[in-house]
Design a protein around this ligand. Structure first.
Ligand SMILES: Cc1cc2nc3c(=O)[nH]c(=O)nc-3n(C[C@H](O)[C@H](O)[C@H](O)COP(=O)(O)OP(=O)(O)OC[C@H]3O[C@@H](n4cnc5c(N)ncnc54)[C@H](O)[C@@H]3O)c2cc1C
Length: 313
């Protein structure tokens, strides 16, 4: 079997094992989160040896050219030696503010110390100095000059507990990305937009909504926010106020017990969604099932943009 080397650490791959798992087994301290090839936190640089193309899927061309690859989905056919990525792939950033949007959602704003291009609604991976990495969607617009994340605090959540109880303005983190295709693309200003999110799935939608409005989107924009309890409908007042002044924007908060699951509410309202553009974010089960249902109801898959908030592996 091929072997993988990272600094002083080396190990022989076991059958079916990824480069990441082999390196972790050898004791190497490599950051990771999703272990599914999407968050980018385990990205390394190949110094020697061939990297399969599948381990570079979705990476920028300039990164591919430099030999960057995702260790969690890398199954090399021969020996490889790898090293950490250079500074171009990890932007240093600082926490600039923290405030509570509800009893369990914290708004965290970061400022990057180097230029960082993104579209509202994409996601970044935030890496703490100890290497812990988690993905978060971007709720802010590039013109605002900061990255706004809306973080739901989970019981015993390693990153979210830190955000809620320890992080302070001035703390240093690193930012990887951006990734994902959940963002507004101008060009069809009259198209109906259907934005659907559960929990902090609102974060990217809040960015996409404001981006579409700032581009002068004139077609109807419907934002469905699903929560289990009233308390989960954070930013409710602000969104209701926005709907009161923007005639093409409708805000539809939905509660599980009184209104039913948000996917059913959406399909009842839009039984024929073909021709619209949809953005689905948050709970993976709801995102996956709604994506399938919208497709079966006639929507073109190219018009469905989805980010499932998969938990870290
Ligand atoms: C593309 C993408 C975008 C994301 N965007 C956001 C975002 O904008 N806001 C946000 O708050 N989160 C977002 N997430 C989720 C985020 O990356 C973390 O998984 C989350 O913050 C938990 O991390 P943690 O370290 O606090 O908890 P962990 O230490 O990873 O987990 C603690 C415990 O909670 C459980 N757990 C983890 N996630 C969930 C969940 N969703 N529901 C219930 N239990 C769970 C774990 O199984 C574990 O038992 C996103 C994830 C992805 C993949």
């Amino acid at each position: 079997m091929p072997s993988v080397r990272f600094g002083e650490f080396a190990s022989e791959l076991q059958v079916g094992e990824s480069t990441l798992d082999a390196l972790l087994r050898s004791g190497a301290a490599v950051s990771y989160s999703c272990k599914a090839g999407s968050c980018g936190s385990c990205m390394l640089r190949a110094v020697e040896g061939g990297i399969p193309a599948t381990a570079q899927t979705g990476l920028k061309d300039s990164w591919k050219a430099r030999g960057y690859f995702l260790a969690c989905v890398c199954h090399p056919e021969g020996d490889i030696t790898c090293a950490p990525v250079d500074a171009d792939a990890q932007v240093p950033a600082r926490v600039v503010s923290l405030d509570n949007l509800s009893s369990d959602v914290v708004r965290l704003r970061l400022e990057c110390d180097a230029p960082f291009e993104f579209s509202a609604g994409q996601y970044i991976t935030m890496v703490r100095p100890d290497g812990l990495a988690r993905s978060y969607s971007i709720a802010s617009l590039p013109s605002e000059g900061f990255l706004e994340l809306q973080v739901r605090c989970l019981p015993n959540g390693r990153m979210s507990d830190w955000v809620r109880n320890e992080a302070q303005a001035g703390d240093a983190v690193k930012v990887l990305g951006p990734s994902g295709d959940c963002f507004y693309v101008p060009g069809k200003p009259e198209q109906t937009l259907i934005l659907i999110g559960t929990g902090t799935g609102l974060a990217p939608l809040y960015g996409i909504l404001r981006d579409a409005l700032s581009h002068g989107h004139s077609g109807p924009i419907h934002l469905f926010h699903g929560a289990i309890r009233e308390e989960g409908l954070y930013l409710r007042e602000e969104l209701a106020q926005l709907a009161a002044v923007k005639s093409n924007f409708e805000y539809i908060p939905t509660l599980l017990n009184s209104d039913g699951p948000v996917d059913q509410v959406v399909l009842k309202r839009f039984p024929k969604p073909a021709g619209s553009r949809a953005f689905l974010c948050g709970d993976p089960a709801i995102v996956q099932s709604l994506k399938k249902k919208l497709f079966l109801q006639g929507m073109d898959l190219r018009d469905i943009h989805a980010d499932a908030f998969l938990p870290a592996a």
